[in-house]
Ligand binder design. Structure first.
Ligand code: FAD
Length: 583
């Protein structure tokens, strides 16, 4: 954010009386509450957050203890250009030192312990794979460049595998991208294009994960709990155990509409909340961790493919019937087989030798290696040995490792069963096999408690879609008091599956519905920086210096046409809009 944009908005007229109703207590809902109160002058006790579960944080939750074992459904890679996220956490006091913010704490922790992976990809039971180049063929390189240039409108419903040749899916770049971002070949090419553009700045350091940030503990303790506590101290009203299932919507003249009531089940009882004139409604219209099931060391996680009760997806389905501007939920949630995978949290007690082994083998102490991908694992497993302790109450004799397998259906290489049929113990054995510890399985297993979680919608936001219309805009056309927040909402140019996106939708929604005269922090556009472009080109070509032979062969007869093309490209570079940030 330009410091010039750090203005305080003018206080909206009548704000003292306005109420806000926020559906979903994940980071999107919590951030909305924060922006309404901090930047929008709303009275905190007028801000209500309805949450289905009895726990805050949504997909960023975590639970457990050293005896029962810890569970964190996700572990997040963050980065410095998550502008709205860091703006938010620059306001929130850290739990451990209330005189400092979560941003202060996170930055200090990353300055002290920087991620610089020395062992990003492995194969053959934890041998380092040769990833000295991205491993792209000439055709793959051309396909990447074409992808960056093609307009999104030409990619409606196109999948990644329809664009790239099979060689691409064996390249190191694909292993990096798919393990960091959870892409599958059948996912939306538009989403992949957006990632390629939005995170261009990370391509040069992708093999070392340079520029990726971590929090001090997992994100529930480092971000969600401080944020919830801060909002609670201000007086924001949290209503847990409440499932919102429908909205009453009044159509006004001039294609305008307003929500007039919210239908919900609260602690088992149906309830209607009337929305008065001027009050605001914010809906998280999907959750990638909806209907998660948890297994144990001795039980595989069952599947929950209930199509009738699926939380905010059900709410979205109900309201989408009322207005085409609310998008098409069925695009994202109709094929659980293609949107599921399993993550796991491994609690290791009285066996420091396991982390010592990883440190010795990889050259990274915990917290500095980031994700390690076991590329030849049939389940395409990845692990992360985060900074310890990962949980604040974790004793010294306990270490916690987090991992996942992107393919749950094939049989494992060591355990001859699909991942979703495996107990925690079986997943742990498969993991130890791929970590080169087959001979020590019997010695290590008694120290392990691996808890798997099956998430049927974890990549639903990546399903093929049209370039417009399938996701609602944050404030859909005609809305006077309704906004959508979270991962299933369109923010032009931004990606999905990040915390930043949820926070950004919250900022756009809160500032937009309150009509604040304060700019939303613009997206970082590293793809427009010539230094980043050149560094990326060298990385893709696998060269230190670009020479004539790296350029496409020049046919003298085609030279005038090429110059025309070049001029056309130069002249179609978008103009700098007034106030736009140029990095
Ligand atoms: C395994 C995993 C890995 C991830 N890795 C990264 C990463 O590396 N980097 C990154 O930036 N992000 C990552 N993410 C994504 C990030 O965590 C999410 O994008 C973000 O937390 C989503 O927040 P949200 O508030 O939009 O949705 P959610 O957190 O899903 O919140 C939705 C909330 O709504 C509630 N709810 C559902 N239905 C209803 C209803 N009908 N009524 C009331 N409440 C309801 C849910 O219980 C939930 O609390 C990862 C997520 C996971 C799970």
């Amino acid at each position: 954010m330009k410091n010039y944009d750090r203005v305080h908005a003018t206080k909206p007229e009548g704000i003292e009386k306005k109420k806000a109703y926020i559906v979903g207590g994940g980071i999107a809902g919590l951030a909305t509450a924060a922006f309404l109160v901090e930047d929008g002058y709303m009275t905190p006790s007028n801000v209500n957050v309805f949450e289905q579960r009895h726990q805050h944080g949504g997909s960023m939750d975590a639970s457990g203890d050293p005896v029962k074992g810890y569970v964190s459904r996700g572990e997040r890679e963050l980065e410095p250009w998550m502008e709205c996220l860091w703006y938010l956490f620059g306001m929130v006091p850290s739990l451990e030192d209330p005189n400092r913010t979560v941003l202060d704490e996170t930055r200090e922790c990353n300055e002290k312990l920087r991620i610089d992976s020395q062992y990003r990809l492995t194969e053959n039971c934890f041998q380092k794979r040769d990833y000295s180049t991205l491993g792209l063929t000439k055709q793959d390189q051309d396909d990447m460049v074409r992808l960056m240039l093609v307009p999104e409108e030409e990619l409606d419903n196109v999948t990644i595998e329809q664009w790239f040749k099979p060689s691409f899916f064996k390249s190191n770049l694909w292993y990096y991208w798919s393990s960091m971002l959870a892409f599958q070949p059948w996912h939306s090419l538009i989403e992949m294009k957006r990632y390629t553009m939005r995170f261009t700045q990370h391509l040069p350091g992708v093999d070392h994960l340079r520029g990726i940030l971590h929090t001090k503990y997992q994100q529930n303790d480092s971000m969600i709990i401080p944020l919830v506590r801060w909002l609670q101290e201000k007086g924001v009203n949290f209503v847990l155990g409440t499932t919102v299932n429908d909205l009453d919507i009044r159509k006004d003249k001039d294609q305008k509409f307003a929500v007039t009531a919210i239908q919900m089940i609260t602690n088992g009882e149906p309830k209607t909340v009337v929305v008065d004139e001027g009050d605001l409604v914010f809906i998280t219209n999907g959750s990638m961790t909806q209907n998660t099931t948890t297994g144990s060391m001795h039980e595989a996680p069952s599947r929950n493919d209930d199509q009738v009760n699926r939380g905010c997806f059900t709410l979205w389905e109900n309201i989408a019937k009322k207005n085409p501007a609310f998008g098409r939920p069925e695009r994202f949630i109709s094929n659980n087989a293609k949107t599921s995978w399993i993550s796991y949290t491994l609690t290791i007690t009285d066996y420091p030798e396991l982390f010592d082994y990883v440190t010795r083998t990889t050259g990274n102490i915990p917290g500095t290696g980031g994700v390690i991908t076991l590329t030849d694992s049939a389940w395409f497993m990845s692990i992360n040995c985060p900074m310890q302790p990962m949980f604040p109450d974790q004793p010294d004799n306990v270490q916690v490792l987090w991992g996942y397998g992107l393919y749950y259906a094939p049989k494992g290489n060591y355990i001859q069963k699909p991942m979703n049929e495996c107990t925690g113990e079986e997943i742990c054995k498969e993991l130890l096999y791929h970590m080169g510890l087959k001979d020590k399985i019997d010695e290590i297993i008694p120290h392990c408690n691996l808890i798997p979680t099956m998430m049927p919608y974890i990549t639903s936001q990546f399903m093929p879609r049209r370039s417009s219309g399938d996701r609602p805009e944050v404030i859909p056309a005609g809305s006077t008091n309704l906004a959508f927040i979270g991962q299933y909402v369109e923010i032009p140019g931004d990606v999905v599956f990040t915390v930043e996106t949820s926070v950004r939708t919250a900022m756009v929604a809160a500032y937009g519905l309150l009509k604040l005269d304060k700019p939303v922090t613009p997206l970082f556009t590293g793809q427009n920086d010539i230094r980043i472009i050149v560094a990326c080109a060298k990385k893709m070509l696998g060269v230190e210096k670009i020479t004539l032979k790296d350029l496409p062969p020049i046919n003298p007869l085609k030279l005038p046409a090429m110059i025309d093309q070049l001029l056309e490209a130069v002249n179609s570079v978008p103009k700098i809009k007034e106030g736009e940030v140029i990095y």
